[in-house]
Structure formats: structure tokens, C-alpha cells
Design a protein around this ligand. Structure first.
Ligand code: BG6
Length: 479
């Protein structure tokens, strides 16, 4: 249908993925083991992510590890990129597996075979006129850095990351213009494992450890921005937030303030450091009240101030509704974050509340506060898909979800927000980050791979494939 909305010329339509969730080939061509390789499949993963004292070992007797094979993009990237091109993608968001480039993470010299793989992928994308958008670190820290250094707990990791990022910039300077440093950096506030590569010792020390780890990442991110700008003139280096507007459950000012404070802590501590180059004013009190004492070395704050990001990439899946006193309330079951149920919203089969208007709110809030270009680099619906007897897949629920969200982006553009692009999450079915399931599918392209690891890996277009192709063709004028 006609949308009556106008998206900017050159809008970066496309899809988004992460290395560990689709590449497979987890031990090929010199790649070292990483965090994703030790995360089991199934709902047990979600519990492990929340665990204290997670051991980071592989136990194949007990568990199945879906990321080891992923969807075998490592060997099928040509076929997959051709399908993205057929949909008309202008951009493809992907990440680089750190441990392909530095198998242990602390080496001085990179692994040439790993670098060569991404050369081939970028060349293939450019052959089809698709711009790569690259996340440098997406939940796939080398295991050695986790075990030997305690992940981002350690300040030493800053130097390893800087070397890794610099290596990428030098190697791909003619192939990649758009970069992002850390995927969903603020997600660590709820669960440090994925982003920071450690599980907190206990609930009491969680915030202290998390914010110290984040501080290290802030410095590392700024050093990457510095290196990127020096090595690749004209490059665009962004941060990446998981953004959720926080609503008050009602108009009781106590709850309104509570929601505001939650939003400040969750969304704006990381956002402010990345974009404004400084910790926000409320952080001081929040840190004090929560016994968070950051070790900040001389020079850190200057680096943070000087090398801020060019744009904000963010994921948007849900809003969050909060209340000061949650006793007696059932919390939202599947949402990754805290909160109470929003009576106005329906949820996905995994309990993620669906809120398209929340995306327009998010875009307005972020632009009001930061005035830098925004890039919606993840959004989508994880759903069960059914293959009909004739082989077709009618994923109208996914089309509806995406249509509603894209419409709200169009509204935000009319509001005056500078939006660079939209890359739908999991444009091809891949392993879920939170549950390790394959059955939580996001793609326009179906992959025959099942939760327990069976399947031919054959690719099939879903109904949403043609729908999205037309959205891109009409630059959002038809949704
Ligand atoms: C984001 C992550 O949190 O959400 C992705 O950046 C992830 O890696 C996506 O896959 C969807 O979450 P899930 O758990 O459904 O895969």
C-alpha cells in the first residue's frame, strides 16, 4: 500500500547479522574459540547468560552448540549475498569475528586467513553495490581474553582491542566506510556476559564490575574512533546502543521519575559518553548510591572527550514500562530488560512487547538529545515459520511488524530526525543470541536448519522477501 512517506535519498536499506550467529566454521582457518562458541543452544542459554560464575567451558556431552555451524555463511556467503542483492539491499550490517583475526586476542600479528575471508565478503558485497556496515565487536570476544584476563574487567584488553581495530582499518580502508565499535554496549547493564565477556561474581558486585568494564570499553571505543578517522578519511564510526524508551506505568510522578531515571541509566550513560564525550551529570549520584567506584586513569576522560562517534547505531525491539514499587506485579516474561507488562501492547511468541510507536519515540528522543545521524541497525520479529506443502512460507505477521515499524521511522523522518538507514535484524535466519534457537526466525530468507542442528541448510525465500524488495525499490513509498 502507498505510505505517503518520504525517505531520504540514499537511505541505507538492508539487513543485519553478526559473525557468530551465521558464519559457522568456528574452528576453520586458524580461528580461535570465542564467547559464542561456549554458549549452548536452547532456553538454557538464557539462564546461563544471567548466571553468576558461568564457566566458559565447552561440554559437548551435555550441550549442543549451535554457533559452531551457524548457517554456514562462511562457505555460502556468495549465494546469500546474491539473495540480498536481489532484494535490492543498499547496506549489509555484519560483524567481524575478533578471534578469526586474533585467535587468542593478545597476539601482535593477525591471522592472514581470517583477514582474507572478510576481504572476499566485502568484495562480493561491492560487486553487488552493497555497502558493508561493520560491527567490530558483537558478542564474540576471544575466549582466551575471557579466561586469562577476565574479559573487559581488565584494562589490558583496551590495548588488544585497539590493535584489533587498527588492523581492520588498515586492511579494509578502501572497502569499508561505516563502522560501529561495540554492539549494544549498554546491554551489559542487565547481563554483562555477552558484551563484557565475564559474569559478575555476585549480585552485589554486578554494577561495580559492569561499569568498570564499560569504562574500559568507552576508552577503547574512543581510541578506535581516533584510529579510524586517521586511517580512513571520511569514515563514519558509530556506537551501537540497545535502545528502549522507558514509560511510566501511570502518571504518578513517583513512577514517572523512576522511569526517567531508569532511562537515564540504561540509555544515556553510554550514549552520553559516546556522543557528548562525557559522563552525564546524574551518573555521579547514581554511582555513589550504588557503591560504584570507577578506576579512571589519567588521560581517559580526555580521550573520551576528544574522540566521539559520528553517528548512533541502535537496535530497537521493544519499549519498557516501569513502576517504582513492582511488588505484586508480574514482570514481563520474555523481555530482556526489567519492567512491568504494558496493557496496551501485544507480545511476540517470546514475550517481547511489540511497540512500533516506541521506535518513533526512540528516534525523537535520541535526536533531541544528541543531534547526530541515527541508524536503525536492528529491528525485527522473531517468530515461528511454517512451510506449506508447496514449499511457500507466508510470514504475513513479519510483514505487518516490519511495515508498522518502518512507517514510524518515516514519521520520525517527517518530524525532522536525521535517519541514515534501516537494516532489519536477521535478514537471513540465524542462531538466536539470547536462546540459541534456530526456530526464533527473523529472516526474509528461510534456512533449513533446526534447533537440534538437523537440516540441509537450504535457503528459501519467504513472502516477506518480495515485500521488502518492493519497499526498497520504492524507497519506502510503498509499504
Ligand atoms: C540483539 C543482538 O540483542 O538482538 C542480536 O544484537 C540478537 O545479536 C538480536 O540476535 C535478537 O535477539 P535474539 O535473542 O532473538 O536473537
Amino acid at each position: 500500500a502507498k505510505s505517503n512517506l518520504q525517505f531520504p535519498d540514499g537511505f541505507l536499506w538492508g539487513g543485519a547479522t553478526a559473525a557468530n550467529q551465521l558464519e559457522g566454521a568456528y574452528d576453520k582457518d586458524g580461528k580461535g574459540p570465542n564467547l559464542a562458541d561456549v554458549l549452548p543452544g536452547g532456553k538454557v542459554r538464557l539462564e546461563k547468560i544471567k548466571d553468576y560464575g558461568f564457566d566458559f567451558e565447552i561440554d559437548t556431552y551435555k550441550y549442543y552448540y549451535p554457533n559452531h555451524e551457524g548457517i554456514d555463511f562462511y562457505h555460502r556467503y556468495k549465494e546469500d549475498i546474491a539473495l540480498f542483492a536481489e532484494m535490492g539491499f543498499k547496506a549489509f550490517r555484519m560483524s567481524i569475528a575478533w578471534s578469526r583475526i586474533f585467535p587468542k586476542g593478545d597476539e601482535k600479528e593477525p591471522n592472514e586467513a581470517g583477514l582474507a575471508f572478510y576481504d572476499k565478503v566485502f568484495d562480493e558485497l561491492h560487486k553487488h553495490g552493497i555497502e558493508p556496515v561493520v560491527t567490530i565487536s558483537h558478542y564474540e570476544m576471544p575466549l582466551h581474553l575471557i579466561k586469562e584476563y577476565g574479559g573487559w574487567r581488565s584494562r589490558e584488553v583496551i590495548g588488544f582491542f585497539e590493535n584489533y581495530a587498527t588492523t581492520l582499518f588498515k586492511r579494509y580502508k578502501d572497502k569499508v566506510k561505516y563502522w560501529m565499535t561495540f554492539n549494544e554496549i549498554n546491554g551489559a547493564v542487565f547481563h554483562p556476559i555477552l558484551g563484557l565477556g565475564f559474569s559478575a561474581k555476585d549480585e552485589e558486585s554486578r554494577l561495580q564490575e559492569t561499569f568498570q568494564g564499560l569504562h574500559h570499553q568507552f576508552v577503547a571505543s574512543s581510541l578506535a574512533v581516533k584510529a579510524g578517522h586517521e586511517i580512513i578519511p571520511g569514515s563514519q564510526i558509530g556506537c551501537m546502543l540497545i535502545y528502549a524508551p522507558v514509560y511510566s506505568a501511570d502518571c504518578n510522578p513517583e513512577n514517572v521519575f523512576f522511569a526517567l531515571r531508569e532511562e537515564q541509566i540504561f540509555d544515556y550513560i553510554c550514549g552520553d559518553v559516546h556522543v557528548r564525550g562525557e559522563y552525564p551529570v546524574f551518573a555521579k549520584r547514581y554511582f555513589k548510591e550504588n557503591n560504584i567506584n570507577l578506576e579512571i586513569e589519567e588521560g581517559d576522560l580526555d580521550i573520551i572527550k576528544k574522540y566521539t562517534v559520528d553517528y548512533i547505531g541502535f537496535s530497537y525491539y521493544m519499549s519498557r514500562t516501569e513502576k517504582k514499587d513492582k511488588s505484586g506485579e508480574s514482570s514481563v516474561e520474555g523481555n530482556i530488560m526489567d519492567g512491568v507488562k504494558n496493557p496496551f501492547l501485544k507480545a511476540s511468541d517470546w514475550g517481547w512487547e511489540i511497540d512500533p510507536v516506541g521506535l518513533r519515540i526512540a528516534l525523537n528522543q535520541l535526536y533531541d538529545r544528541y543531534r547526530v545521524p541515527l541508524f536503525v541497525v536492528e529491528n525485527g520479529l522473531g517468530a515461528y515459520d511454517k512451510i506449506e506443502e508447496d514449499g511457500s512460507i507466508h510470514d504475513d505477521y513479519r510483514i505487518d511488524y516490519l511495515r508498522e515499524h518502518i512507517r514510524e521511522i518515516g514519521e520520525a523522518v517527517e518530524d525532522g530526525v536525521d535517519v541514515m538507514g534501516y537494516t532489519a535484524w536477521g535478514c537471513i535466519d540465524l542462531v538466536s543470541a539470547s536462546t540459541g534457537e534456530m526456530s526464533k526466525r527473523y529472516g526474509f530468507i528461510y534456512v533449513d536448519k533446526q534447533d537440534e542442528g538437523t537440516g540441509t541448510l537450504e535457503r528459501k525465500k519467504k513472502k516477506s522477501f518480495n515485500w521488502y524488495q518492493n519497499v526498497i525499490k520504492t524507497n519506502g513509498a510503498e509499504l
